[in-house]
Design a protein around this ligand. Structure first.
Ligand code: DGL
Length: 273
């Protein structure tokens, strides 16, 4: 049976990826799931992130998604490998799950002239070392420096990043990263929530340091993937429908929706376990 592309995030952040996918792949049906009731994921243990992500993936499969994008860097770092290598072959051999780290690391070395790249992500993403490990495979001469930004997701989830305290934490983590390595000329926003902070972050960046946000690249790579995997492409509904699900109260979710994504869509609350 055909179904939509599943797009999963721990909360609101993946809406930045949904938006890019919709911009470039207008006719593709999408089913977004934000696990807001259990967000943030970034500070949780490996086992818990694995379990939560798997529950979300199984839920989206039960809604007939033939392909799921883990739009959450933390889930991509901690749960994707287990799902791809263990769960899919055993339980869902015809389904696909893709993450957001590989598409970024395949390309990011081409964006830096100095050869020094900064990764800003959640504690979970940073501790996993997924970015340095993956970038080294494609760009062995590039130096990667990481910075975890534990306050940034709560600032986005609570819409308080424009307040004085919010700005303090935005400036603080950038300063800490660039103190570790002043030669950084490219910074990856390695968390789907962070593009919302982009204009604030840019205020505190020295001239010559560029920000890289993943949404557009992920959509582009998805198009390439579906060209190569026409069997999966044929299983995706293409009526341009988008549905947004959250595990939290939908009115709370809808209050944030337009911050991320200019849409008239409303979310619906679901229980995934
Ligand atoms: N959106 C998630 C990511 O891209 C992080 C948010 C969270 O900590 O739940 O890593």
């Amino acid at each position: 049976m055909k179904g939509p592309i599943g797009i999963f995030d721990s909360g609101y952040g993946g809406l930045t990826v949904l938006k890019s996918i919709q911009d470039l792949m207008l006719e593709y049906d999408c089913l977004y799931l934000g696990d807001n009731a259990r967000a943030p994921y970034g500070t949780r243990s490996f086992e818990v992130i694995n379990q939560y992500t798997l529950e979300a993936v199984e839920y989206l499969f039960s809604k007939n998604c033939p392909l799921i994008i883990l739009a959450c860097n933390t889930s991509s770092a901690k749960a994707l490998r287990n799902i791809q290598q263990t769960v899919l072959p055993k339980k869902f051999p015809d389904k696909k799950v893709l993450g957001v780290i590989r598409p970024t690391t395949e390309e990011i070395g081409n964006y830096s002239k100095s050869g020094y790249i900064g990764i800003m992500g959640t504690a979970g993403t940073v501790v996993s070392n997924s970015y340095p490990i993956e970038i080294a495979k494609f760009f062995p001469n590039v130096h990667v420096v990481q910075q975890s930004c534990p306050m940034w997701v709560p600032l986005v989830e609570n819409n308080s990043f424009n307040e004085e305290g919010g700005q303090y934490y935005i400036q603080k983590y950038i300063a800490e990263l660039l103190e570790k390595e002043p030669r950084i000329d490219t910074i990856v926003l390695a968390c789907t929530h962070y593009p919302l902070l982009k204009s604030s972050i840019e205020k505190y960046l020295p001239i010559g340091v560029n920000l890289f946000d993943q949404g557009n690249l992920i959509a582009q790579k998805l198009i390439d993937y579906l060209k190569k995997h026409s069997d999966t492409d044929q299983q995706i509904l293409k009526n341009g429908n988008v549905e947004i699900l959250t595990t939290e109260a939908s009115d709370k979710f809808d209050g944030h929706l337009n911050l991320f994504y200019d849409t008239k869509n409303k979310s619906r609350t679901v229980q995934i376990i």
